[in-house]
Design a protein around this ligand. Structure first.
Ligand SMILES: [Fe+2]
Length: 304
């Protein structure tokens, strides 16, 4: 997901545009981030009252998080806080939005697309379909599951984690007066949308309600402060590991080298194997449990 660094961006005062893609006509959208190579994007979408769509599918993994309003999806009601992960090729039932709604809409592999279909594609990864209400169906837990961990007072709800890549979608909140004084970076891209609340980062200032960022790997962020509390939707595109330090002047290349240095110390045999010139590595990953894994399409083939 080669999207440019966008931080901070506040979308609330920017206008919506007409959504002219099949399956979304009548809706409006704002682009929060875009991979210009693949068309993968994160959008804020506004469904008008009375919107209807026939059953159908997309040829991209897709995620939706309902910010306000109610979406009827067949017999299911997606209310405020509802989250869905819809694997590529999985057909959704008919959609109806009687009173209007706003949501975050993410296409992970390709530009927005829709094809009418009453059935899922026969190679779709149906078992990965996820549908739950993030506000009501899950407990908050501390971020101690990720070590080294952020400071006490930052809580999370895990909405989805890809079992192979550890790409993760989650809600997180910062309690009032949350503070963390170190600087962090990760090996993964990190994305956030502030559903409510304002928090502060040393490098990027205040991020208020409607604030958004897409942050590529190895970019310094922190220290952090949050005066009145914040709730946000976050995503990563692979495993999140917190690298902490106190050097505000390091750049992403230096941060990457520091991360590699830690890998060398902590997993030296693996590091040396990866770095050996003239090795006979197979092209791409060689996992005996997932021998064909290279991309989402390969994974879908493995699971069909
Ligand atoms: Fe982070």
């Amino acid at each position: 997901m080669a999207r440019p660094h966008i931080e901070p961006y506040v979308e609330l005062n920017d206008p919506y545009r007409a959504f002219k893609v099949r399956g979304f006509r009548g809706c409006q959208y704002k682009t929060l981030s875009l991979d210009v190579d693949t068309g993968a994007c994160t959008l804020k979408i506004r469904f008008p009252g009375g919107y209807r769509r026939s059953p159908g599918l997309s040829y991209s993994d897709c995620e939706i998080f309902v910010l306000n309003g109610t979406i009827e999806a067949g017999d299911a009601l997606w209310r405020e806080g509802h989250y869905c992960f819809v694997p590529a090729g999985v057909a959704l039932p008919a959609i109806h939005v009687p009173q209007g709604a706003e949501a975050l809409l993410m296409f992970n592999d390709a530009e927005p697309n829709f094809e009418e279909s009453g059935d899922s594609h026969d190679r779709a990864l149906r078992e990965a379909f996820t549908s739950l209400n993030g506000y009501e169906d899950l407990p908050w837990f501390g971020l101690g599951r990720v070590q080294p961990s952020v400071a006490t007072g930052c809580l999370s709800k895990l909405l989805r984690q890809d079992p192979l890549t550890h790409a993760t979608t989650f809600l997180y909140c910062m309690v009032p007066q949350f503070a963390q004084d170190n600087i962090s970076y990760h090996d993964c891209a990190e994305e956030s949308y502030h559903i409510w609340g304002t928090s502060w980062m040393m490098q990027f200032g205040e991020l208020p309600t409607g604030g958004y960022f897409w942050r590529p790997p190895y970019i310094n962020h922190g220290a952090f402060r949050c005066r009145f509390g914040t709730i946000a939707l976050g995503r990563t595109d692979s495993k999140l590991h917190n690298y902490f330090h106190y050097n505000p002047w390091s750049n992403p290349w230096e941060n990457l080298q520091r991360a590699a240095g830690q890998g060398y110390r902590q997993r030296p045999l693996l590091y040396q194997w990866e770095m050996t010139d003239g090795h006979n590595h197979p092209h791409g990953p060689a996992d005996f449990e997932e021998p064909g894994y290279a991309d989402a399409a390969s994974v879908a083939r493995l699971h069909r």
